[in-house]
Design a protein around this ligand. Sequence first.
Ligand SMILES: O=C(O)CCC(=O)C(=O)O
Ligand SMILES: [Fe+2]
Length: 285
Amino acid sequence: MVDDSVTEVVDTERYPLDAPGGAGWLRAVRAARADLAADGCSVLTGFVRPEFLETLRAEGAELAPRAYYTVERVNAYNIPLDAELPEGHPGRIVLERGNAFVARDLIPAHTLIQRLYASPVFQRFVADCFELEQLHEYTDPLAGLCLNVVAPGMSHPWHFDTNEFTVSMLTQRPESGGVFEYCPGIRTPEAEHLDDVRAVLEGKGENLIRRLDLRPGDLQLFQGRYSLHRVTPVTGAAQRHTAIFAYSRTTGVIGTAERSRQLFGRVLPAHLGDATAVRSDRLLD
Ligand SMILES: O=C(O)CCC(=O)C(=O)O
Ligand SMILES: [Fe+2]
């Protein structure tokens, strides 16, 4: 048994974080690995116990006004809009990123999402699901843990993640819209499959798209580097909130000053550090 207070928050009957390496742990890990192998996504439903869901939601709702609200013009590859790309390349399609992020330094240590993010046993479990030796929190004081806020009328448009693995949790569902859509394995390490990507961006790729009915407290493990994905426009009065737990294989990951300014509207001394510090070229989308 481990002494880690997140085990009171997690449904340990289904996800036995209190008994690492035990039979239940291995069963849960095997199931997640099978999902990931099949389509690059695994949703661990009911990860957070029902009695904590209102706290999870309320903590996020209280934080949401601290998000950096801006609408950014982007493309699905998150490369500069003036990059030279051939005619018809899907990277030439410009999208509006209207989601907003609350940075880690604005999220109090006592909140459920901070406790999960920093929990050694949670990290061990997630690493096992992704078949990774070890996971590390970002050193970046802003980007390691974020609340992704999609307000009514806004969306988080189609994109690939630079990270090979992403861990997230819906904390507040919108009234309507705000659906997570993804195209499993639309590209591979060997091939971009530009025609398929363009079809999806132009609204003609229905056969390639899957949709998730995420509920607050579900833990989502996702390999977004090969699966194009988005959050559809939120409709109705309520915002959609998701905690994004960013981990890396190596220690010391800090984003660039430019990216920090784009995502959070500010730069800290850590982002201006020496050039030998480990950099990640892209942090969130
Ligand atoms: O908020 C979500 O559910 C998706 C977030 C996402 O795709 C990202 O941050 O890269
Ligand atoms: Fe993403």
